[in-house]
Design a protein around this ligand. Sequence first.
Ligand code: G6P
Length: 615
Amino acid sequence: MCGIVGAVAERNVTPILLEGLRRLEYRGYDSAGIAVLDQDECINRVRRVGKVKELSDALQQNDIRGVLGVAHTRWATHGEPSEKNAHPHMCNKSVVIVHNGIIENHSVLREQQINEGFEFTSQTDTEVAVHQVEHYLKIEDDLLKAVRLAVADFEGAYALGVISKKENNRLVATRRGSPLVIGVGIGEYFIASDAAALLPVTRRFIYLEEGDIADIRTNALTIYNDKGDIVEREIKESELSADATSKGEYRHFMLKEIHEQPSCLIDILEGRFVNGQLLDSAFGIGIDGRSAVEILDQVKAVQIIACGTSYHAGLVARYWLEAIAGIPCRVEVASEYRYRKTVLMDDTLVVTISQSGETADTLAALREIKELTNLTLAVCNVPESSLVRESELKLMTRAGPEIGVASTKAFTTQLIALLMLVAALGKRRGLAADKIKTLFQQAQALPALIEQVLQNKADIDAWSEHFTDLDNAIFIGRGTLFPIALEGALKLKEISYIHADAYPAGELKHGPIALIDQDLPTIAIASMDGYEGKIKSNIQEILARGGKVYLFADERLDVSDLGENCYVMKVPAVDADLAPILFSIPMQLFSYFVALRKGTDVDQPRNLAKSVTVE
Ligand code: G6P
């Protein structure tokens, strides 16, 4: 994780770098720092523990200016969040580096550098990077060559921005395993971990490939590939507007993104579900030119790999793929899958799901699996991301930038995307065209139902008051609503710091029910999916043991027999297949309001980052 930004221009770059950091803060907010080269060719560096706001306050006291600079917002990996460990890191007050990633062989390099006489001022892995560049500068006296030689010594992942006090019009940038874009201005260039960071200054972007090194000056840009050859990389025009990343009228990004879901669900189907038919063109074209039709025709099983909220989307898809499309499906978290010895059945489509498309574990799992198969599909929200670029097929979720660390609209759009996959594979196994048509007509009705749930915000908020002093909660669901219970529990943990576990309701009796007492509330979710009688029995079992239950239930469910310790909130009637999407909304609102009442930092909860580009 971490966010990096850099600029070489003919104007003062400090405000551009600061704004870039604000926009990258979702990637980490343990510390922030900036270094610029002033007109006397002195490097001025300011670093602060905490958020970018601390840094910008410090810069009010100490206005540093310059036409060349780099900046960083950190999610700590090696070394606690402290000023000394904050980036940019510097060597001999001459070379400056910002880094996103992990240099895995940092201990070996550190030892060599200590023997060579380099002094260390931090506990970070990054500091070896700056010393290694300085080491080669002594030999080569050229920043580009020194960076190229240095990165050849690194194992691990990196996106780097490097400047030197000896070269006042040169920024060297390189990436391997961590994302980096170049923003193209008029007579100026920028780098950043993502394009949104640079939207106030440009809409034209170059996405660096693995191993690329860019030599950037105000009036020239040269990109070399990992073999050292000069390469042309396409300039892409971004469709994002600078305010796509602002909160608008909302108090938090999370609330804004929850409210965007009705329109996101309309956008994702646009041009893909036409005249009652789902078009295979939604899946793009294979890297090797094979059509989606040809690839999907070959598929006999599905393996889903993802992390966090995206993993929960995968769990819902497993129920759908087996029940609706009749195709075997396995789902696993990427951090396990990538290191496990696995057996891949022939003709298995490997589906990675990721909002960012840069999650290190998911990306590594994809790269491992590409050794075995080229049947890969990325379900992703960021078209230019590594996951999308490296997958054979891609299904974009079109949710727009998601800034709140807790994922909301990215999740529900992933579910719709996965439903498209279910239909595409199902129709190849005899799933009736009528069933597909009905499924997507019902999906098209979801935005209106979501609006109804959003109108019940005040009721959900009233429930949240019961949770502000609690430390624990249990979530239960059955069928496709079990993953939604998992997602509800994750949301509550992430932003309100309440410990929450989720169970398939039928599993309670095998252990967790021992925890039930009047101080441990259970949040239950029930749709009319054929399991409603079963989950009602599970709720009765909790009530019989003195537990309290908060039930989100399809409005058609008869709850008259559940008694006063079961609080019920009605959710609009929805088809059982679509229920996981609709029931996600009250889960999101519930955790949001609990967090709000607890006064936590909803959009940037402690210890987390949105895009986890390290292991
Ligand atoms: C982080 C975020 C989660 C997200 C997960 C996977 O842990 O905090 O909200 O679900 O990464 O991210 P991805 O971008 O791969 O969906």
